[in-house]
Write a protein that binds this ligand. Sequence first.
Ligand SMILES: NC(=O)c1ccc[n+]([C@@H]2O[C@H](COP(=O)([O-])OP(=O)(O)OC[C@H]3O[C@@H](n4cnc5c(N)ncnc54)[C@H](OP(=O)(O)O)[C@@H]3O)[C@@H](O)[C@H]2O)c1
Length: 247
Amino acid sequence: MYNPFSLEGKTVLVTGASSGIGRATAIECSKMGATVVITGRNAERLQETFNALAGEGHRQVIADLSEQEGIESLVGQLPPLDGAALCAGIGLTLPVQFSTREKFDKIFNTNFFSPVETTRLLYKKKILKPESSLVVIASIGGITSFNYGSGIYGASKAALNSFMKFCAREFAVRQIRVNCICPGMVETPLIHRGTLTEEQYQQYMQMYPLKRFGRPEEIAYGVIYLLSNASSWITGTCLFIDGGGDN
Ligand SMILES: NC(=O)c1ccc[n+]([C@@H]2O[C@H](COP(=O)([O-])OP(=O)(O)OC[C@H]3O[C@@H](n4cnc5c(N)ncnc54)[C@H](OP(=O)(O)O)[C@@H]3O)[C@@H](O)[C@H]2O)c1
């Protein structure tokens, strides 16, 4: 059947696959025909994702991507890739007056340096094949959304979004495409680890024109588009999937 969005025959790495957006991305990519290599830190939850994958031939790798050894270990176990979706990340809500260098280091290490170093090695070691596609999950935070307490998180994602535009320029010599997705608030464990009360949570939802937060699958569908041949002339951009945004 004709389907330009198909991932049939493609091998795709998905980080952060043990939860939320990464898990949905791995599962939906497998349903679209991809063979996936999934990675996360929590073995039990990663196995749950693995069990939910459609088709065969998938692999799972446990790795802590906040550590250089973890990134190198993961990259060393990868087959040649047609695509990668870098979803691993952590959240933080903290007013500026408490935003110490230590907090910046922790968030930037996982949300910025980890995907940056993973990207560098995937490219340098030629694991990303020519004409492959790299998709990185950034955020509307720090780009169109500047909520109270989101300074460190938003800055880490804005930096990531910026860096990936440079990668898009440089990797184009191998016809490798690089794009970000900027989600608004998505119903995953990440947003429930913050400091919002249930009431604040409901109020926040009402700021979105569609009056709800996103579902992980709604981000995964965007990843599929950017991994597929349907987006073959898209690079260096950021796809907003944010229900109209929060302001
Ligand atoms: N949910 C939202 O509203 C939202 C909005 C915009 C952007 N995002 C971004 O979307 C991405 C996915 O977030 P989510 O909402 O799906 O969060 P989540 O449910 O908490 O999942 C986060 C994933 O990242 C992995 N991870 C975190 N630190 C890691 C590390 N040091 N090494 C390896 N893996 C690590 C986790 O693995 P383990 O659990 O196995 O440790 C987990 O699989 C993040 O980059 C986040 O910033 C989320």
